[in-house]
Design a protein around this ligand. Structure first.
Ligand code: ADP
Ligand code: ADP
Ligand code: ZN
Length: 226
């Protein structure tokens, strides 16, 4: 199964992609995480991306698409993936479709997680992520067992520079201008499902599971991997 998760910054893409990937045995491919990992390692790609990320703009399509297609070559992505944060523009969506078609594959579902601006700002202001494994936490809605420490790996939690209110406005505007049109793109392809992103993390996970065909579909995706 090949799934695209769409939604504005703070909608819960990272949280839900991790759950869905684990339960369905799919690779979790998150472009923001890949860029941040490159930044931490000080790679050329990280240096290229930094300026765009710092001001809440998108990294150019060619750089981003190349990084994703490289990631697809890793073995865990062969049987399916949950894409989190990609595509974010129409050219990226077209490049993804073309690359998959060349391999006789296609996106099966595009799931749009919808959350209003006020709640997005609240979520981003309280977000902490793990420096080692990038798991997201929240001061109020998803606190770690021990403050500042990742439940999953024991890594150090930090707040992203681009989650500061000064940058969040720019990121939400970038989303509206460049990424929101993807809903129409996938709707025309008959692949779009809109999911209400409000409610508890498990409630949202259940809605996403239903949109891709229910627990049976999630389990079936897992079986093909094993
Ligand atoms: P995105 O990847 O779309 O930017 P995240 O998954 O990182 O979103 O979630 C943004 C913030 O909101 C995080 O702090 C996360 O812990 C929190 N969060 C995720 N899902 C929910 C939810 N259903 N209700 C409340 N807070 C949530
Ligand atoms: P969020 O989880 O808050 O939606 P991400 O972690 O996915 O944010 O992305 C962080 C930043 O990385 C973006 O603001 C952008 O600069 C860059 N980025 C991530 N994905 C893409 C993409 N598909 N195209 C261009 N830039 C991207
Ligand atoms: Zn961690």
């Amino acid at each position: 199964m090949r799934i695209v998760l769409l939604g504005p910054p703070g909608a819960g893409k990272g949280t839900q992609a991790a759950l869905l990937a684990k339960r369905a045995g799919l690779a979790h491919v998150a472009t923001g995480d890949l860029f941040r990992a490159n930044l931490e390692r000080g790679t050329e790609l990280g240096k290229q991306a930094k300026g765009y990320m710092d001001r809440g703009a998108l990294v150019p399509d060619d750089v981003t698409t190349r990084m994703v297609l490289e990631r697809f070559k890793e073995s865990d992505a062969a049987d399916g993936f949950v894409l989190d944060g990609f595509p974010r523009t129409i050219p990226q969506a077209e490049a993804l479709d073309a690359a998959l078609a060349a391999a006789g594959q296609a996106v099966d579902h595009a799931l749009l997680i919808e959350v209003g601006r006020e709640e997005l700002v609240r979520r981003l202001a309280g977000r902490w992520i793990c420096r080692a494994c990038q798991t997201p936490y929240h001061d109020h809605s998803a606190p770690p067992a021990k403050p500042g420490v990742c439940d999953a790996c024991g890594g150090e939690l930090y707040q992203r520079d681009d989650d500061r209110p000064e940058v969040v406005g720019a990121r939400l505007d970038t989303y509206e201008k460049q990424t929101a049109p993807l809903a129409g793109y996938y709707e025309r392809a008959g692949k779009l499902a809109r999911i209400d992103g409000l409610g508890g993390i498990e409630d949202v996970a259940e809605k996403l599971g239903r949109a891709i065909g229910g627990p049976a579909a999630v389990a079936a995706a897992h079986v093909t991997v094993e």
